[in-house]
Design a protein around this ligand. Sequence first.
Ligand code: SF4
Ligand code: SF4
Length: 189
Amino acid sequence: MNASHGLKKFMNAVLFREIWNAMKVTFKHMFHRPMTFQYPREKRVIPDAHRGALGLLRYDDGRERCVGCDLCEVACPSRCIKVISEEDKSLPLQRVATEFYIDITKCVFCGYCVEACPVNALAMTKLYEYSTHDKRTLLFDKKRLYDIGEQYMDDAKKYLYAHNQEKDDHESRVYRYQFPEPVHKPNTS
Ligand code: SF4
Ligand code: SF4
């Protein structure tokens, strides 16, 4: 170690140069806009295309959109959807999902189930706060999925538009909202 290096080290120690350097960085960042959020007091603005918890949707008149076709179950790469369906007794040839489960602990939020659904009965929402101590509560059943769909209907619609699943043109609306046409029992009286 030569003399000038030793002197420099001595002066740095006497003048607390490392502390001043650290303070310089601190002062510089005091005038920057903070990058962090004080969660949960502050929440981020979630984009419309965000893939959050799944929900089941109803038509405007309250009817369930899901026709129990199982396409979402087949499309799911994580095998976390289970649909149990049966024929609607009042409407021959039309099926309904009697039970519907999504194990959200296995979901990878790929959105394939939403894409596969022919009637836009499934959509993703901006809901991400469902952490729990009991893993069993993360097996979403039909009621919970419809509750999420009802509570986050606006998010779900925005998701479908953001992913080009929902279109404004008449043909798409007829297909998504009216398909399949209800098959009424013939009037035999
Ligand atoms: S988002 Fe993907 S992983 Fe999750 S339920 Fe749908 S298809 Fe399965
Ligand atoms: S959510 Fe859609 S794809 Fe899944 S069973 Fe219902 S209608 Fe079929």
